[in-house]
Each structure stands twice: as structure tokens, then as C-alpha cells.
Design a protein around this ligand. Structure first.
Ligand code: C2O
Length: 550
């Protein structure tokens, strides 16, 4: 592979959307941020220079970072943040991955404006396992707030209540014609008839899973999370924050007498308030309007599933299967060394009334919290990876993350009473090459809610999912160990469970969290610590000299 250099200058930039101008944190003044384009096997050297007052850290979401955990990016997990006036070079090689991923800030809520696509082409001369597209284009979904998102989350954490929701969804930073003052800010895809286009879809929204559809055109899904799948056709797809998907769009063979909306709006399972708006882009056949200048073309709208259509989501996710052929085998761990059962969900913490001005707007005068196995994760003040590497973990983290919930959990559809969670900075320690099976069960304590869980440093196989209580005697009999989908972010179904398997072949400290940013802020996160193997090529590389200090 080649080495590719990028410069990310973090600076403030005035950006106007919905008639509101605000100063936002950007990379190189761009919103959304610049694309990274590389080939499988390439090395990336990305110099991030922080010119803003905020602490900064960038995560390369979905990149496996084999042995290069120092470049993964989550603040206080693998590195201390890059302080104002400082810089850090992220140095990593893309091994065994091709498709679409994305980069985003991984500190506080800065990823609301700091994000951009990562496009990984196959190695030179290696074709796609599907017809070569005429053109490729990324569509990155995001959320726009008229107010400062840092203030939104800090206020929510202060008061214990839910944060304000976004004012718009966006595609490539553009809200589209259904919002105030936004008709000029509409994503337009110009296509030619009779061609195939590859759309690289990325959900970089903070808090919302999205349905996406293009009127009168079906899409063929060819990969998810930068792993090829068995292609299938659909009119609508569901994409959770942290998920990416490559889809083929086949255009009509003749100029149609219409334009077509591309719409995205949320899939909502929780009970809180949410942004119930719709972002629209327009697909138009290039040259058509010019041929008929007198005629205004009608615009067709797609039908999207209803907001809480869990059965659509279930049917859709069941169709996702690995290619599992000789060129792209599915290396599903068959023999399991260690099994874990994690409950994931929302809960509450007692209100801390001795802080002045604290109003405790959470449920029943408490504060919102979220937890895994009743542990609400507390961010440390120094990076876990450094403390581990230097053998200075004492007082930073505990290696005793519970393998199963502290309070036995029984999903009956009626919320149990044990809403209180405990706080802690705890990790699971795994010897190198442990094969892991993890069941994640939605607790539905404050209402059944889908949680898109993201694991850093690994892809995992989604071997099973279901509703109600996971049954350890019955459900594993139906696991798919042949061609389960391989990915880095999976929705734990609302009121249900999901089973994943992965091989812990990557030494380092790896964050796992709900990719709904508000749930991460409330503590729905933990970390896996994978120890070095015995062989030299099974060890974490030494830290780079410019690694930021806390
Ligand atoms: Cu895309 Cu830890 O995140």
C-alpha cells in the first residue's frame, strides 16, 4: 500500500442553517468535514492540529486499528485529548477492510459538527464483487442544532433530564426543503438514465436511527460497515448512528417525467422527546429539465415506515448475511472461550441535591443514567490505554466488570423496579485470542428502546437476535454460525436481545458504547482490555512520541 497524508486543522467556522448562523468547530473550515479516500492496505498519517479552545480527539469509526490502538481516538480511553494549540498524528494502516466508514470527534458532543466519510477502495486492480458503478457518492446523515450542542449536553447532565433534540436532520450537511429557509440547502443527486450508482451511506447523526428511501427506485444493499454482504433489494433501509452501508442505485432506462425525493426520518422506540422531522434530498435526471424547459416536473415522495415500525427493522436486519464465500469467508468463532451476558438500558441515579441550582429534571426527581450490567461507566481523568501500558491502572480502573447483571433481570414487558444503577470505571480483561460470545439484552426499564451498540477495534458477527428474555437453553440452537452479518455497530432490539461473537485478536483497550450520544453521556459504555499475545506480532505497538498528555 501507499502512505497517504492528511492535514486536519481544527478551527471555528461560521455556518448558517435554518436561518441561524453559529460558530462551529470544523476540520479545515468544512461542514461536514473532508473525505478521507484510501485503498485497503494503505497507511494513513493524519495530522490533527487543534486551533480551538476545546479539547479534541478524532475517532476513525470502524477501522480495526490492528495493534495501533493509540490511533483509535476515544478521549480518555485510548488517548488524552489534543489540547488547544497542540497536535497529534494519527498513524494507522487499513488491514483487510474495504467499503465505507467515517471519522468523527470522540469527546463530549463535538461529533455533531466534526465528522466526515472514510472511503476505502479495494486494493489496486481488485474489482468489487458487484457490477462496477458508473459513479460513487457518499451521503452522510447528520443532525443540526441551532444552539451549541456542548451547552445542550452539559445542561442535560447538570439537571439530570433529557437534552434538547436537534432542529433538523441533514444529508451532507443540508437539511432540505421541508425546513425553514432551507430549499437552497438541498442535496441534489444528478444522475443519468440506465446507469448504476454506488451510494455510500453513513449515519453520523447523534441520537437517531434513520429510515431512508428514494421514491420509485429500489436500492441493492451490497455491504454494511465495510463488509460485503449477500446483495438484496429493498425500497427502504434502516441505518443506526455508527452504521454505514453501500447501496447500488439503478437508474431508469429512460428519462422519467419526474424528480424523486430521497427522504430520511427517525425510527423511534423510546418514550422521550425526539426530533420528528424529515430531511429531503432530490434525485434528478441530468439534462431532462433542460430538454423540457416549459414543464415543471412533479416530485415523487417515497413512503417511509411509521416512526416505531420495529417489525420493518426486524425483517430488514434478518436479511443481512455475510457473503461467506471462498474469497470473503465468514470466520465466525465456532468454539467459545468466554460467554458474557450484558443488560443494556436506561436507569436513574439519585439526584445530587447539594449542588446549587440542580433541579433534577429526570424521572421522579432523579437523574437519568444508563448502564451495562447496572454499571454506569464513569470516564477516567487519564487514558485507560496509557495507564494499562505503563502498569499504572491502580485508582484508574477496576478489572472486574461483571460478566452478568448485578441484579438478575427478567423482561416481562412490565418495567422492573430496580432502576438504580451504580457508577464505576470497570473493564473486562481478555487474554489475547479469546473467542467471545456476548448476549446484549435491552432492559426496557424506562421503556423498551433500541440501542445501537458499537464496539471499537473489532468487527463482530451477529449470530442471533430475538424479543423478550434471552433463553440460554433454547435460543443458541437457532444461532447462525454460517453466514451471519459481520459489522461494528448493531441495534439491540427494543424489548429484545442480540447475540454477537468476536475473536479478541487485537491487543489494547477497546471502548464499547451505545452510539446514541445521549445514552453514552448517561453512562451506557464500557471497555474491553485485550492483553498482548506471546509472539512479537501479537503485541500492541509502543505509543507514538507525540501522544497527547492529560
Ligand atoms: Cu463512532 Cu466510539 O464511536
Amino acid at each position: 500500500g501507499t502512505t497517504r497524508h492528511y492535514n486536519f486543522e481544527i478551527k471555528m467556522q461560521n455556518v448558517t442553517r435554518l436561518c441561524h448562523t453559529k460558530s462551529i468547530v470544523t476540520v479545515n473550515g468544512k461542514f461536514p468535514g473532508p473525505r478521507i479516500v484510501a485503498r485497503e492496505g494503505d497507511r494513513l498519517l493524519i495530522k490533527v492540529v487543534n486551533h480551538v479552545p476545546n479539547n479534541i480527539s478524532i475517532h476513525w469509526h470502524g477501522i480495526r486499528q490492528l495493534r495501533s490502538g493509540w490511533a483509535d481516538g476515544p478521549a480518555y480511553i485510548t488517548q488524552c485529548p489534543i489540547q488547544s494549540g497542540q497536535s497529534y498524528v494519527y498513524n494507522y494502516t487499513i488491514i483487510g477492510q474495504r467499503g465505507t466508514l467515517f471519522w468523527h470527534a470522540h469527546i463530549s458532543w463535538l461529533r455533531s459538527t466534526l465528522y466526515g466519510p472514510i472511503i476505502i477502495l479495494p486494493k489496486l486492480g481488485v474489482p468489487y464483487p458487484f457490477p462496477k458503478p458508473h459513479k460513487e457518492m457518499p451521503i452522510i446523515f447528520g443532525e443540526w442544532w441551532n444552539v451549541d450542542t456542548e451547552a445542550v449536553i452539559s445542561q442535560a447532565l447538570q439537571t439530570g433530564g433529557g437534552p434538547n433534540v436537534s432542529d433538523a436532520y441533514t444529508m451532507n450537511g443540508l437539511p432540505g426543503p421541508f425546513y425553514n429557509c432551507s430549499a437552497k440547502d438541498t442535496l441534489k443527486l444528478k444522475v443519468k438514465p440506465g446507469k448504476t450508482y454506488l451510494l455510500r451511506l453513513i449515519n453520523a447523526a447523534l441520537n437517531d436511527e434513520l429510515f431512508f428511501s428514494i421514491a420509485n427506485h429500489s436500492l441493492t444493499i451490497v455491504d454494511v460497515d465495510a463488509v460485503y454482504i449477500k446483495p438484496f433489494k429493498t425500497n427502504t433501509l434502516i441505518i443506526a448512528p455508527g452504521q454505514t452501508s453501500n447501496v447500488l442505485l439503478q437508474t431508469k432506462s429512460n428519462f422519467p417525467n419526474a424528480k424523486f425525493y430521497m427522504l430520511a426520518r427517525p425510527y423511534v422506540t423510546g418514550q422521550g422527546t425526539f426530533d420528528n422531522s424529515t430531511v429531503a434530498g432530490i434525485l434528478e435526471y441530468d439534462g431532462h429539465q433542460q430538454k423540457n424547459p416549459k414543464k415543471t416536473l412533479p416530485i415523487y415522495k417515497p413512503n417511509l415506515p411509521s416512526l416505531n415500525d420495529t417489525s420493518f427493522v426486524t425483517n430488514f436486519t434478518k436479511k443481512l448475511r455475510s457473503l461467506a464465500n471462498s474469497q470473503f469467508p465468514a470466520n465466525v468463532p465456532q468454539k467459545i472461550d468466554k460467554k458474557f451476558f450484558f443488560t443494556v438500558g436506561l436507569g436513574t441515579n439519585p439526584c445530587n441535591n447539594n449542588k446549587k441550582n440542580q433541579t433534577c429534571q429526570g424521572p421522579n426527581g432523579t437523574m437519568f443514567a444508563a448502564s451495562i450490567n447496572n454499571v454506569s461507566f464513569v470516564m477516567p481523568n487519564v487514558a485507560l490505554l496509557q495507564s494499562h501500558y505503563k502498569g499504572q491502572s491502580n485508582g484508574v480502573y477496576s478489572p472486574f466488570f461483571p460478566n452478568s447483571p448485578l441484579i438478575p433481570f427478567n423482561y416481562t414487558g412490565n418495567p422492573p423496579n430496580n432502576t438504580m444503577v451504580g457508577n464505576g470505571t470497570k473493564v473486562v480483561v481478555l487474554p489475547f485470542n479469546t473467542s467471545v460470545e456476548l448476549i446484549m439484552q435491552d432492559t426496557s426499564i424506562l421503556g423498551a428502546e433500541s440501542h445501537p451498540l458499537h464496539l471499537h477495534g473489532f468487527n463482530f458477527f451477529v449470530v442471533g437476535q430475538g424479543f423478550g428474555n434471552f433463553d440460554p437453553n433454547k435460543d443458541p440452537q437457532n444461532f447462525n454460525l454460517v453466514d451471519p452479518v459481520e459489522r461494528n455497530t448493531v441495534g439491540v432490539p427494543a424489548g429484545g436481545w442480540v447475540a454477537i461473537r468476536f475473536l479478541a485478536d487485537n491487543p489494547g483497550v477497546w471502548f464499547m458504547h451505545c452510539h446514541l450520544e445521549v445514552h453514552t453521556s448517561w453512562g451506557l459504555k464500557m471497555a474491553w482490555l485485550v492483553l498482548d499475545g506471546k509472539l512479537p506480532n501479537q503485541k500492541l505497538l509502543p505509543p507514538p512520541a507525540d501522544l497527547p498528555k492529560c
